[in-house]
Ligand binder design. Structure first.
Ligand SMILES: [Zn+2]
Ligand SMILES: [Zn+2]
Length: 703
């Protein structure tokens, strides 16, 4: 006998779905449901002719005003086997959408693992069954923990009691990771449900971090979240975090949106790293969202947030100076190893066309002969940035971008690093037929080749020739190649490692006594006002790779050195670098920023336009700026003229941007919100014909 239920009255549900940005669809769509649903529940809903994943945002008894009830479609399925995404998570998403000027649905759905998007209810049930067998064990600390230095112990104690965000200002090699491990331990011990989120800037750094956490905590409580996982792994890890089974989540910037119902600690390691800022979709800063999220979570129970760096971002440093963040300093290196001594190589006094100074070559040879390793840093991959004909002036320009195609000798190709366009190197100049076309400038590939030649006569202690290897995006593309190159370095198979900034980040090589930077000056005079900050951080970080094993250095009797080739040895940045004096450098930079009302004293947003023609891109920006008169906040704002972007054309698309600046963050926010519909409407103007897409970048990291 089946019981016949009376028909239940309709319930009206606001659902957010991924809508194309600026589609005019609004933040949410209204659907009918025949049973009550909780906000935060995932649902499948019809959208046009398809069926898509959505998130219940609000539930109402009566249809909202202005909605055509007859056109409201019912929800297809509710994925209510899954606990709803909680209030805190939805508040975080709503804040990010509002602050970064994107739609709710776009941010909410992008924050979920992609595999969820196509998951049918029965598949979800199977996944959840699997999760049920998962034990959430994060116990088992090994008995012999390393002893903490006094600095580490003090920092840890202050950190677990802090009521405001903590800036852990620890020099490279000061043992910040050990402090993170202990802080996580303390958070998990204090509450049997507590979860911790630990973020690193790059996917390359997650394997070694994961190894350290797995060694310390029983493996099943630790999961990672980053774009290198398969969709199935990412879903599994996300579910483990969402269900509270994973106690520790390690990840890159995307992890800031992980659903962690019992989040009690957030660590943002290398917080100054630009990788924390997303460069597509909602251009969010995971570091800034981490601060927001910790405050939000703290409404229920204290959630600490720690930003760690040897060279903090000027924003964080300034916040600490103002007392908004608590600064904890760890100036000493574990084991007492000294930071490297700076040796400036004045390129004005080198033989013509010198790429690597003879004294530096000599120093590299001596180190290798003693069984020590060196790092050589060059921020340009490929063999040469451009191939040129000296007869007619032809250059290897990318046909689709306003950029040179880079010469890669290894496979005789010209590759555009902006659009990926790749061609074979021509036999002769395509313009005049000259056979003598030559590389101009140097990339990592060429430096590796030159070093191998220049060090050919040197011998390692075992009598073997000196080994030079390269680490950059080209040599680490294949799966596992990064790990194997790092393993070679750790095993002492490599004597000199040449690479891009990838070599400077995080790796704990024990036998390095010399680090050299070759084309340093590009960072001194770049048009971007953040360039000196980045250069200082990079050089300090690179320097930190040297002399990490004090016992080894003492035994070798070597001087630990940072060699910097420059045409401007008098530049003040080097004076601060020589003293490893980040506070002095930061003070000088902040003074300049304040005088110019640049961040963190002023606030910025960029509007970027992409169009078929540069004229259309700029016209759209200019018209939208003209139409902004009278909008809220406008009187507190400066709108600069539309200009082409630094790389003006990529893949045959012209790019332009407009900078918006204000001394007031609320004024800027209010203005951007009101300006959005104006920007959207301006698309229809005939002058803007050819506009392809546009986006707002709030707190842009590069101009
Ligand atoms: Zn030519
Ligand atoms: Zn290109």
């Amino acid at each position: 006998m089946t019981e016949v239920l009376p028909p239940s009255p309709d319930i009206w549900v606001d659902v957010v779905v991924t809508t194309p940005a600026h589609s005019g669809l609004g933040d949410s769509l209204v659907y009918r449901s025949d049973r009550p649903l909780v906000p935060g529940t995932l649902v499948r809903v019809p959208l046009g002719s398809r069926d898509t994943l959505g998130l219940v945002w609000a539930v109402r008894d009566t249809p909202p005003d202005g909605v055509n009830v007859a056109q409201c479609r019912p929800i297809a399925h509710a994925l209510d086997a899954l606990p709803p995404l909680n209030d805190h998570w939805r508040t975080l998403v709503a804040f990010a959408a509002r602050y970064y000027q994107r739609s709710l649905g776009e941010v909410a759905l992008a924050a979920l693992p992609p595999a969820l998007r196509d998951l049918q209810p029965e598949q979800l049930t199977r996944r959840l069954k699997k999760q049920a067998q998962w034990a959430s064990d994060a116990s088992a600390a090994p008995a012999d923990l390393p002893a903490l230095s006094d600095e580490q112990a003090d920092a840890l104690q202050a950190l677990v009691q802090a009521t405001q965000p903590v800036l852990l200002f620890g020099t490279t090699g000061s043992g910040k990771t050990e402090v993170y491990l202990r802080a996580v331990r303390a958070a998990l011990d204090a509450d049997p449900q507590a979860q911790a989120l630990v973020m690193v800037p790059e996917i390359n750094l997650t394997p070694q971090l994961e190894a350290r956490f797995r060694e310390r905590f029983a493996t099943q409580g630790v999961v990672s979240l980053h774009s290198g996982l398969t969709p199935a792994q990412r879903l599994q890890h996300w579910l483990a975090a969402h269900l509270g089974k994973a106690r520790i989540v390690l990840g890159t910037r995307m992890a800031v949106f992980a659903s962690l119902p019992h989040l009690r600690l957030i660590v943002v390691d290398e917080e100054h790293d630009p990788s924390y800022k997303s460069q597509e979709g909602a251009r969010y800063s995971a570091r800034d969202l981490a601060i927001y999220r910790a405050r939000l979570e703290s409404a229920t129970a204290p959630c600490r947030v720690v930003l760690g760096s040897a060279t903090p971002s000027l924003e964080s440093w300034h916040a600490a100076e103002q007392g908004r963040y608590r600064r904890l300093a760890m100036p000493g290196r574990i084991g007492g190893g000294a930071l490297p001594r700076l040796r400036l190589v004045d390129m004005n006094h080198q033989p013509k066309h010198t790429a690597i100074a003879p004294t530096l070559i000599d120093a590299l040879a001596r180190r290798a002969e003693r069984g020590e390793q060196s790092l050589v840093l060059l921020n340009r991959r490929g063999y040469a940035p451009v191939l040129a004909c000296h007869d007619c002036g032809w250059k290897s320009d990318c046909p689709h971008c306003s950029a040179h195609a880079v010469f890669h000798k290894i496979d005789r190709t010209l590759r555009c690093h902006h659009c990926g366009h790749t061609t074979r190197v021509p036999r002769a100049c395509p313009e005049c037929g000259n056979l003598d076309i030559a590389p101009v400038g140097r990339g990592t590939e060429q430096i590796e080749e030159q070093l191998a030649g220049l060090l050919a006569d040197a011998r390692r202690p075992d009598g073997q020739p000196v080994r030079v290897a390269r680490l950059d995006a080209d040599t680490t593309r294949a799966k596992g190649s990064l790990e194997s190159r790092l393993a070679d370095m750790h095993a002492g198979e490599v004597d000199v490692l040449v690479g891009t900034q990838m070599v400077a980040k995080g790796h704990d090589f024990r036998r390095i006594t010399l680090v050299a930077s070759l084309n340093t000056d590009s960072g001194l005079f770049a048009s971007d006002y953040r360039a000196p900050e980045r250069l200082f951080a990079l050089l300090m970080q690179a320097a930190g790779r040297a002399g990490r094993d004090a016992a080894f250095v003492a035994e070798q009797g070597s001087a630990v050195e940072l060699w910097v080739q420059t045409w401007y040895p008098q530049h003040p940045l080097f004076a601060a670098l020589a003293r490893h004096d980040y506070p002095a450098f930061a003070a000088q930079q902040l003074e300049e920023r304040e005088a110019a009302q640049m961040p963190p004293f002023g606030h910025q947003a960029l509007v970027r336009a992409e169009a078929r023609t540069q004229d259309a891109a700029q016209a759209w920006l200019t018209l939208a700026a003209q139409a902004s008169a009278g909008l809220p906040g406008r009187e507190h704002l400066t709108l600069y003229p539309a200009v082409p972007m630094a790389v003006q054309r990529v893949a045959n698309v012209e790019r332009a941007q407009m900078l918006v600046e204000s001394h007031s963050r609320p004024a800027l926010q209010a203005f951007l919100k009101a300006w959005q519909p104006v920007l959207h409407a301006t698309r229809a103007r005939p002058e803007a014909k050819g506009l392809i897409r546009w986006a707002i970048d709030v707190d842009p990291l590069s101009l």
